[in-house]
Ligand binder design. Structure first.
Ligand code: HEM
Length: 456
């Protein structure tokens, strides 16, 4: 059994930021919001409501959508995650499935190669202090480029994708503002490539060329890159905090079953989605006396659901998965099968395993930075090349530095998140990108979000 060992305890300020964020989400949506599971309605209600056919609205009718659309621009209206159910959604989802349908061996090789390229930038003769998310993002940018274009990724494209994905996730975590011009540079690049017919996949016929570009940008060069970078940062930081687990993996890198347990446990404790939301399109009974009316916003809290039904749920214990199977417990890292699960549920574990193996083959990991679900510090970590003679004094000095810097950054970052988060919430409320889009559609006009306005 392994204890959850974080270098520093989360301070009151970051916790206040998280609490404020939940309050803001609830306020933005008004009184029609319910978060599950809660004190009255437990995990069974969470499962039933999530899988209910009327829990299928994605964007229209929730104040929260303005915020997400603002963060995800350009092209949130054609992002698969935010499209309403219907023909367009089916067309887009089928395209994503086609692009993700590579064979396992090729995907594993491509992921290992991309991660090896990122690791080659580090010296092999001394300890490196890195932020794992930053280290991994260019690798996943290259990997996703190869998925889409089926050719090696040129450095220019890698840099444009990384700059875009980083800008989106930084704004989403409220650690920085949006930089629309940075995002627009990738849009221009992709537009030229799509126009020249360089994408070897059939793109959604129901979308205009401009929308096809936005679809690729949002789904593959934002969501895919961000999720894979965040997941890799989480699993590597967990290993840095749990040396015995790390040693066991490094000693038997081909042990797929143990690596899978480590990934399952990481995604249980640090699910990438804090909250997934739906807007109900019909009534859903919550219990014998309460009914959720149509038009309610339901927030599904992954961390709360993942914490129920386990012995010592706060403990990072990959071995618990020797006794459990995911389908019998509260474990939905890729969403629920009945309601728009992650289309990358097959390839993600595959390529994450390849990435972890590549890193552990070359480095030992150590970190004294805190490990939280949102990891706004981008996972600071020491990478110690294997075979490097032990330098305990230097290592201890570096560990103390990481702990101290993390504690200081935690406070200043917390203040920044509060200020920037408020600025962006107010800006999004003024712009109302989702509300305006749906109002125009209802009025029978063909809504085309104005790039200058929405991006600006
Ligand atoms: C470890 C990596 C990943 C995790 C843990 C993850 C997790 C999730 C979860 C939980 C959902 C469902 C959210 C909901 O119910 O609203 C989701 C949806 C989605 N994910 Fe992932 N994801 C990962 C990687 C990826 C990648 C590589 C892609 C690449 C295309 C991707 C694309 C999407 C899309 C498009 C959706 C929306 C599905 C729909 O509404 O039809 N994800 N993901």
């Amino acid at each position: 059994m392994v204890r959850n060992r974080t270098g520093t305890e989360a301070w009151w300020l970051p916790r206040a930021v998280v609490a404020l964020r939940v309050r803001i989400f609830e306020k933005v949506n008004g009184d029609r919001v319910v978060t599950l599971p809660n004190a009255t309605h437990g995990p069974e209600v969470f499962e039933r409501v999530y899988a209910h056919p009327a829990a299928n609205g994605r964007s229209e009718g929730a104040g929260l959508s303005d915020l997400f659309w603002y963060w995800l621009a350009p092209g949130p209206e054609v992002h698969q995650e935010h499209l309403e159910p219907g023909e367009r959604y089916e067309d887009v989802a089928a395209t994503t499935r086609r692009i993700l349908a590579g064979n396992s061996a090729d995907l594993t090789t491509a992921a290992a190669r991309a991660v090896a390229g990122a690791l080659d930038t580090l010296p092999g003769t001394r300890i490196s202090l890195v932020r794992l998310r930053d280290l991994m993002m260019p690798a996943w940018a290259e990997f996703c480029y190869e998925l889409v274009f089926q050719e090696p990724c040129p450095p220019r494209a890698r840099d444009l994708i990384t700059a875009h994905a980083d800008d989106v996730i930084t704004a989403l975590k409220c650690t920085g503002l949006r930089h629309p011009r940075r995002r627009a540079r990738l849009t221009t690049y992709l537009r030229d490539r799509v126009a020249a017919g360089h994408v070897p996949h059939r793109l959604p016929a129901s979308l205009s060329m401009r929308e096809q570009v936005h679809y690729l940008q949002g789904t593959f060069f934002n969501t895919a890159v961000v999720q894979l970078s965040e997941a890799t940062a989480h699993v590597l930081l967990a290993l840095a905090h749990h040396p015995r687990v790390q040693q066991r993996l490094a000693a038997a890198p081909e042990d797929d079953r143990y690596l899978t347990r480590v990934l399952d446990e990481t995604m249980r404790l640090y699910p990438l989605f804090g909250i997934a939301h739906r807007i109900t399109t019909g009534e859903i009974p919550l219990d014998e006396t309460t009914v959720l009316p149509a038009g309610s916003v339901v927030c599904f809290s992954y961390p709360d659901y993942h914490a129920t039904g386990y012995e010592r749920p706060d403990v990072f214990d990959p071995d618990r998965w020797t006794r459990l199977t995911a389908k019998d417990v509260h474990h939905i890292p890729y969403g629920v099968a009945a309601n728009r699960p992650c289309p990358a549920w097959r390839i993600s574990p595959l390529v994450l395993r390849a990435a972890v193996r590549e890193v552990l083959g070359r480095f030992r990991l150590d970190s004294t930075a805190a490990h939280t679900r949102s990891n706004p510090h981008r996972a600071p970590c020491l990478l110690i090349p294997r075979g490097l003679p032990a330098e305990p004094r230097r290592l201890n000095a570096l560990r103390s530095f990481v702990r101290l810097r993390d504690g200081v950054e935690d406070v200043t970052r917390g203040v920044r998140q509060l200020v920037l988060g408020t600025v962006m919430v107010l800006h999004a409320r003024r712009r109302r990108p989702a509300a305006r889009y749906f109002a125009e559609r209802r009025a029978g006009r063909c809504p085309v979000p104005h790039p200058g306005k929405e991006n600006g």
